[in-house]
Design a binder for this molecule. Sequence first.
Ligand SMILES: NC(=O)c1ccc[n+]([C@@H]2O[C@H](COP(=O)([O-])OP(=O)(O)OC[C@H]3O[C@@H](n4cnc5c(N)ncnc54)[C@H](OP(=O)(O)O)[C@@H]3O)[C@@H](O)[C@H]2O)c1
Length: 268
Amino acid sequence: MEGNAEASAAGAAVGFDEGWYGAALGAFFAMTVLMFVIVNFFISAPYGRHVRRGWGFGVAVREAWIIMESPALFVMALVYHTGQFHSLHVPHILLRLHQMHYIHRTLIFPFRMRADGKAMPVSVVAAGFLFNVFNSYLQARWISHYGTYPTPWLSSPQFLLGALLFFGGFAGNIWADNVLLNLRSDKEDRSYKIPRGFLYEYVSCPNYFCEVVEWLGWAIMTNSLAGFAFFVATLANLGPRAKAHHQWYYKKFSDYPRSRKALTPFIY
Ligand SMILES: NC(=O)c1ccc[n+]([C@@H]2O[C@H](COP(=O)([O-])OP(=O)(O)OC[C@H]3O[C@@H](n4cnc5c(N)ncnc54)[C@H](OP(=O)(O)O)[C@@H]3O)[C@@H](O)[C@H]2O)c1
């Protein structure tokens, strides 16, 4: 229970910092609501199939993903190591799990995309970059500084359930992205096809569904408002995008399967 003892000793010493952290968390929730209203009711984020002119100069897609996602590696690591509990066992495991996702997203996924010649508007790259700076600060600060994670937390039903959802979502997200990436014959192929098989028979965007499940797992595993905020932000971003993809598929392919939902099997 060493984490508990250290946490209570430190709790009194971080009053100002705690107030700032609470305000940052509140601002993150407010930003999420604003983002949801914009992407659900007004505009689809202009990248991928929804790319449009008027959002700034284009950044090559591969570089765009690396730049946009990189704060989740370096900000997360830097802030984590300033935390009072950074050397404890459970926070360290949580950091490693977070890094597992973002090493894949930042350093592996962009090189597997068949996206030669495609670009992402600089405004989208900037928005993604800032989101990742903000979110990484919140996650890292919580798990290594404010959160209390004694070693027995690892065998608690809550941690185990969260870990199950996290790993299931992580694996499902990679699988679903792989199906999409393999629909194109080579790096210069820019065509779209109807994805098929397993979860694709139920929803148009299983990659988004699994990503949402993964961060739900993170919220449960970390038992934190920060984790919950990340889960809600992912849902608020990817829910409307799944709806936009789903409607786009209907318009593009007259034989698109009518039984599929957008994001969540049988529901939405
Ligand atoms: N946590 C978050 O808030 C968050 C936010 C955004 C993304 N992500 C994750 O990042 C990953 C990529 O996101 P994304 O928005 O780029 O996903 P996406 O629109 O599904 O596209 C993924 C890749 O597959 C290609 N693709 C998609 N549908 C295709 C089809 N029917 N035929 C051929 N190729 C197809 C896309 O090409 P084009 O680019 O040419 O369309 C892109 O290279 C996903 O795993 C997502 O969950 C997470």
